[in-house]
Structure formats: structure tokens, C-alpha cells
Design a protein around this ligand. Structure first.
Ligand code: XMP
Length: 532
């Protein structure tokens, strides 16, 4: 990415590393994460205006403690160490770190001893009776603020050239600075929301100390990326698999902006899509953006392969494999296609390059994962530097309709994993109708945006009912609605009874084959969001 104003975050394994990069980007300064042991040449090539050393679970005295190349302290650029990053600065620059008598975890009151540079403009006045006697020779604190701590080691002696700039009752050096070399360190986490003024501290580092200019805007990202795509692709052709999800749609619209008709999108109807899905995507890309899009109705092929299959993982495999076959067949028809566009996001990249290795919590749900081996296509991944929320901002800047940008996630295997037991055309049609009613009513009630996912599940259970004077013996539909931040954990949404009542009433009356509706009140864990 060709931006001059950049901050590098070195990752020492903190769960907040990504948050640091995001906080910096929120200030319109581009920030990237690299593993702690990246070579000094790579850092020089990246040319950051400042380096942030993240926290991490290790202790600097561990045998295997992750340490960066010491040369980072000779580059002449500002460095900010956070938590483990601070201890490691102390350790590597000649200070002393020891096990804290008491682990400090959670909220702490920070007494500010020097409110210039990094802590400028932070904190509120300390009342005289609150002043504590301090062992260190530092000026009387006049300001305090609330910070969020999480550490087991602490600095007992700051390295030469450093001065403590803040303390807590438990840490005599909760923040320190070597103003000459522009090295700063914090025992607490400025990136988390629980630290009051945390953003202000990061802003002080980025703008006042590193002298960055806020140039990282979505508009500048669009300009740079379209130029880069043009240069990379030249006159060659690109194919892109469209799933109906946000990432692939934004990828396609961005590439289209760069190379227009050299891009062909392929949308595969696998027979287990939501109602009207294919039409919606086609009309957006074709009519709104005038893009080349091929829509393949392969529902017969998919449903044929799914015949008699009840095991959820088998369903996933069949749909994934069949998708690859259909896509390849279509892509082959596009002469001179040299590139495959993918909506890979930044968290996917970090997870696979981080020193921790791929995280166990991330699922490999990518439908196009297996495509490359056979196709010999080169990759174009224009979103590989973006976080999910940035992709949404980008989509809006590109003029994409909100309906696509803020839609709920939808799994690659689609309704197939919401039809418990065998998937048939008739069952898919029943579920499609019920699902559409759930979404319609949730939107009408104004609840769509506050819910992570809402959908219907078709159960292979038949129950007795009565309609008019007739006894019925038909299937049950379960309603699932969850709130979540990332899909990793989720709680069931407390849908108002009125909304549930309308959904139930409409499904039973309008969807032939359903005579009972139930509501799923399980959280994840121990349940999962999908039923299969
Ligand atoms: P679970 O059911 O594991 O779902 O709690 C977490 C999130 O992942 C989605 N999901 C999938 N997405 N292919 C996908 O593309 C899959 O096989 C798949 N399984 C679950 C699910 O919709 C939720 O957002």
C-alpha cells in the first residue's frame, strides 16, 4: 500500500493487536501489523513513521520470550511500547523488569506525572487529599485518569534516558518516556475502550510525536487501489466469484471501477439460496454498476448431489466441491482470464502470518479456497488490508446500496444447513418462503440492524395441528435470531412477542407444509448459531 504516513504495529501475541491498528486507522493514518520477528530490512522497506510494540502473554524472562530485532531502536523513529511492549523496551534498553507482587488486572487509577508529549491533555485534576506519598522522585501528580491494566510483570528500574511519566498505586513506572530518542511506553492498554482517553494518547503518539498526517481515507484508498489493480492486471482478464455476501460484492465493484469490462463476475445459484437472492445481486451489479455478470442456475446439479445426504459436514463438502466445478467450467469459457479476484480481508491475513500461527477460532468457510490449485490463476485481493467494518465503509463510498452493505452474514452452504435431514427441492422452497417472512417482519419492526443473523430452520419433525376443520400433520419451523459482534459468541435476541406472533402467524398461514413455529433461545456457546 503506497502511503507515506504509516504506523507499524509489531505483534507480540496480544488479543488487542488488531485493535491497536484499527484505532490508528480511525485517525486516518494507515497502520499495518507485522509479526514481532520480522526482519529489520522489511521494516525499513515498510518505512513507518512510528512503531508500536503490542502487548503479549509472555514475560521477558521466559526462555522463549519473543524479542524484536534490536535495530528497531536505532532507526531514529518514535517507538511506543504497550504492556509487554513496555517491559521489553525496559529489558532490551537496560532497565529492570520483575514479577509484580500483585497481578494488576482491570481498572486502575493512573496518576500523571508529566502531561506533556504522550500524555498531553489527558486526565482530570487530582484533589489535594487524594495525593499519595510516592517513593520515586517525580513531581507531584496533579492529574489522574482511568486506565485498563493487564500485566504480571512490572518495571522496577527504567532504562537510562527514560523518566517515569505516570504511576499507579501498584506500578511506580506505569508509563515512561525517553523524550530525546522519542521512546514511550505504557503499562496499560490505550487501545481498549475501558481506558479513558486511550484514543487521545494514541493520537498524541501518532500526530504529535510521529508527526503523521491524516491521509488514510476511504477515498484515498479507492484511488490508490484502483491504480494498483490497473497496473497489476494490465490488459488481462479477471474472474470473480460472487456469493451475495458483502466482501465479494465490494471486491467486484472496486475491481470494476479499476478495469471495467475486463472483469467478469460469476454468480452460482446452488438451489439453496434465499428468496430473490440471485435477482438482487444480478440487478445491483448489472443495472447499477453495468458489470459483466454471468448467473448460472445450477440448482438441479446441487440438489442432485445432495440427494439422500443428511450429514451436515457432507452437505458442506458437496456444496463446496460442486461450486468449484461449476465455477471452473464457467471461468474456462472466459478467454484470457489470468486473475481470480477474492474478498480476502486483513484479519484472514494476520491470522495466517501471526507468530501464534493460525488461530483456532477462525473457521475456514471460504468457498473459493480450493479453486487455485487447478486453475493456475493469479490472485487479486484488493481488500486484503481492510477490516470488516472498513469494507462496509468502502462499499458505501463506492455507492453500493445499503441493502447489500449491511446485510446479515449468510453461510456458503446456504439453506442446506438449515434444512435438518435431507435437502429436497420441496423443502428448500418451504424454507425459502418461511425465511423470507422472518426477514421481512424483522425489517418491518426496525430490528434488522441490531441483529447479527435472523433466519428460519426447517425441522424434520411433523406435529399435529388443526386448520379450519381439518386435522393437519406437518413440519415445524424454528426461528433463530442472535446478537453477536463477530459470530464467535452469540446470544439469542429478545425479539418482542408481538413480532414473534406476527412471524408465526404469517408462516403458518402462508407457507404450506408448516403448522407449528418455535423460537430458539440458546446462546453460543454452548449451542452454535446454525443448527447444523
Ligand atoms: P456457527 O453455526 O458455527 O456459525 O455458530 C458462526 C457463523 O458462521 C456461519 N457459518 C458458515 N459460513 N460456511 C459459511 O460460509 C459454513 O459452512 C458455515 N457454517 C456456519 C454462520 O452463519 C455464522 O455467521
Amino acid at each position: 500500500m503506497n502511503f507515506k504516513e504509516k504506523i507499524l504495529v509489531l505483534d507480540f501475541g496480544s488479543q488487542y493487536t488488531q485493535l491497536i491498528a484499527r484505532r490508528v486507522r480511525e485517525q486516518k493514518v494507515y497502520s499495518e501489523i507485522l509479526p514481532y520477528n520480522v526482519t529489520i530490512d522489511r521494516i525499513k522497506e515498510f518505512a513507518p513513521k512510528g512503531i508500536i510494540l503490542s502487548g503479549g502473554p509472555s514475560s521477558v524472562y521466559d526462555k522463549e520470550a519473543p524479542l524484536p530485532d534490536k535495530e528497531i531502536f536505532n532507526l531514529g523513529i518514535p517507538v511506543l511500547g504497550i504492556c509487554y511492549g513496555m517491559q521489553l523496551m525496559a529489558y532490551m534498553l537496560g532497565g529492570k523488569v520483575a514479577k509484580a507482587a500483585k497481578r494488576e488486572y482491570g481498572r486502575a487509577e493512573l496518576m500523571i506525572d508529566d502531561d506533556s508529549d504522550l500524555l498531553k491533555g489527558i486526565g482530570s485534576r487530582v484533589k489535594s487529599q487524594e495525593l499519595r506519598v510516592k517513593k520515586l522522585q517525580i513531581s507531584t501528580p496533579k492529574l489522574k485518569t482511568v486506565v485498563w491494566m493487564s500485566h504480571g510483570d512490572k518495571i522496577v528500574k527504567q532504562p537510562k534516558g527514560f523518566m517515569p511519566i505516570a504511576h499507579t498505586s501498584n506500578s511506580p513506572v506505569a508509563a515512561m518516556a525517553d523524550k530525546n530518542r522519542k521512546f514511550f511506553a505504557l503499562q496499560f492498554h490505550p487501545e481498549v475502550a475501558h481506558t479513558d482517553n486511550g484514543t487521545k494518547i494514541l493520537k498524541n503518539f501518532v500526530f504529535n510525536i510521529c508527526k503523521c498526517k491524516p491521509e488514510w481515507t476511504m477515498q484515498s484508498f479507492i484511488e490508490t487501489t484502483t491504480r494498483e489493480i490497473k497496473e497489476k492486471v494490465g490488459k488481462d482478464k479477471v474472474v470473480c466469484a460472487i456469493s451475495g455476501g458483502v466482501d465479494s460484492a465490494v471486491t467486484a465493484v472496486l475491481i470494476n471501477r479499476a478495469i471495467g469490462k475486463q472483469l467478469t463476475c460469476i454468480f452460482v445459484d446452488n438451489g439453496v439460496l434465499r428468496k430473490g437472492e440471485a435477482d438482487k445481486v444480478e440487478s445491483m451489479l448489472k443495472k447499477h454498476f453495468r458489470m459483466n455478470i454471468i448467473c448460472i442456475d445450477a440448482s438441479g446439479r446441487f440438489l442432485g448431489k445432495l440427494k439422500g445426504v443428511t450429514d451436515p459436514e457432507k452437505k458442506r463438502k458437496i456444496i463446496g466441491n460442486e461450486f468449484i466445478h461449476v465455477f471452473q467450467e464457467e471461468a474456462k469459457k472466459i478467454k484470457d482470464a489470468k486473475y481470480l479476484a477474492q474478498g480476502t480481508l486483513y484479519p484472514d491475513i494476520i491470522e495466517s502470518t501471526s507468530f501464534k500461527g493460525p488461530s483456532a477460532t477462525i473457521k475456514s468457510h471460504h468457498n473459493v479456497g480450493g479453486l487455485l490449485k487447478n486453475m493456475r490463476l493469479k490472485l487479486v485481493e484488493p481488500l486484503r488490508e481492510l477490516f470488516k467494518d472498513e469494507v462496509r465503509v468502502l462499499g458505501r463510498e463506492l455507492g453500493m446500496p445499503d441493502e447489500i452493505i449491511s446485510r446479515h452474514p449468510f453461510p456458503g452452504p446456504g439453506l442446506a444447513i438449515r434444512i435438518i435431514d435431507e435437502v429436497t427441492q420441496q423443502r428448500a422452497d418451504i424454507l425459502r418462503k418461511a425465511d423470507a417472512i422472518v426477514l421481512e417482519e424483522i425489517k418491518t419492526a426496525g430490528l434488522y440492524k441490531e441483529i447479527w443473523q435472523a433466519f428460519a430452520v426447517l425441522l424434520p419433525i411433523r406435529t399435529v395441528g388443526v386448520m379450519g376443520d381439518e386435522r393437519t400433520y406437518e413440519n415445524v419451523v424454528a426461528i433463530r435470531a442472535v446478537k453477536s459482534v463477530d459470530g464467535m459468541t452469540a446470544d439469542w435476541a429478545r425479539l418482542p412477542y408481538e413480532v414473534l406472533g406476527i412471524i408465526s402467524n404469517r408462516i403458518i398461514n402462508e407457507v404450506k407444509g408448516i403448522n407449528r413455529v418455535v423460537f430458539d433461545i440458546s446462546s453460543k456457546p454452548p449451542s452454535t448459531i446454525e443448527w447444523e
